[in-house]
Design a protein around this ligand. Structure first.
Ligand SMILES: [Zn+2]
Length: 303
């Protein structure tokens, strides 16, 4: 390609892309004798700013609460099985009762018909004396109370250490009654000398001495729930007292004076060496406590 042809091509490209010469428009004030040059800038569509869409206004009055997105709320906490319930836990006897025989021998009201009983007793102990019943009852309560609280219950205890004396049996019932307890559970262990006698029994009140006869039937239901829970946990029912792990009695002040469903559990026989060894095992005590809590949950889920 010759030099002059290249020059001509460059001139042509320049004219097409940048400038259009619009000559001799005519009609101007100078009578069409002048030449006006109009410059048109060529812009590619991609360089255009985005089109502004017209704003659609939603009238605020039409936004009724039903159309509003639901407010973000914390999901309600799942209620615990014993929420709203008060459980009275009565660890039988007390570690200091041995030292105050006269105080604990004082007669106190024990039933609906004017009967009396000693304020408290010392309880039994293992044959080798390594574990007193008062200590065992206290230890089980120490496992049971946190378990009940974990399940949502409010717990009242009839004593707060294993070093004190009493309280008397009528006062123990009074503590549960004043707390408007849903359940009154007394924890004990037995001291039976019969060869090989072992197992638990759940004692429930009889109408004969109860100050609240309407509580006799629910107390039996509570006893059955506790019996079933203990059996399910592998704890054997007593082979020397009661029937199928249940025992109705009218001579226990705590049960007679209770104005709520009440039972007294004898969790084993401390005078039987094999069972005593189990009762001394912390893991076994925890198993007993868990079973007692489970029985309470079953009973209160039906009542
Ligand atoms: Zn006892």
């Amino acid at each position: 390609m010759t030099k002059w042809k290249l020059g001509l091509l460059a001139l042509l490209v320049c004219a097409l892309t940048a400038v259009v010469v619009d000559a001799a428009l005519g009609g101007g004030s100078d009578g069409g004798n002048s030449t006006v040059t109009r410059v048109i800038k060529v812009v590619h569509p991609a360089q255009l700013p985005a089109r502004q869409e017209p704003v659609t206004r939603v009238p605020t009055k039409s936004a009724t609460p039903k159309q509003m997105p639901p407010a973000t709320k914390t999901p309600p906490r799942k209620s615990l099985p014993l929420e709203g319930k008060t459980i009275s836990v009565d660890p039988g006897h007390n570690g200091g009762n041995f030292t105050h025989p006269e105080a604990i021998a004082r007669p106190v009201p024990a039933g609906a018909n004017g009967t009396t009983k000693p304020c408290n007793t010392t309880g039994t102990e293992t044959d080798d004396g390594s574990l007193t019943e008062a200590q065992f009852n206290w230890d089980v309560a120490q496992d049971l109370v946190p378990r009940l609280k974990e399940l949502g219950a409010r717990v009242v205890l009839t004593r707060h250490s294993n070093q004190g004396v009493g309280p008397c049996v009528d006062e123990r019932a009074g503590i549960a009654n004043r707390a408007h307890a849903s359940v009154d559970l007394a924890i004990h262990a037995d001291g039976n000398l019969a060869e090989g006698a072992h197992g638990f029994d759940v004692i429930h009140p009889s109408a004969a001495e109860s100050v609240a006869p309407g509580m006799v039937a629910p107390s039996l239901q509570l006893a059955e729930a506790e019996r079933n829970a203990l059996v399910e946990a592998g704890v054997p029912p007593a082979d020397y007292v009661g029937e199928d792990g249940l025992d109705e009695r009218s001579d226990l002040a705590g049960l007679n004076l209770a104005k709520e469903p009440a039972v007294l559990v004898e969790l084993g026989n401390m005078r039987e060496p094999e069972e005593a060894a189990k009762l001394e095992d912390p893991a076994y005590r925890r198993k007993l406590a868990d079973a007692l809590a489970a029985g309470i949950v079953v009973f209160l889920s039906r009542n």
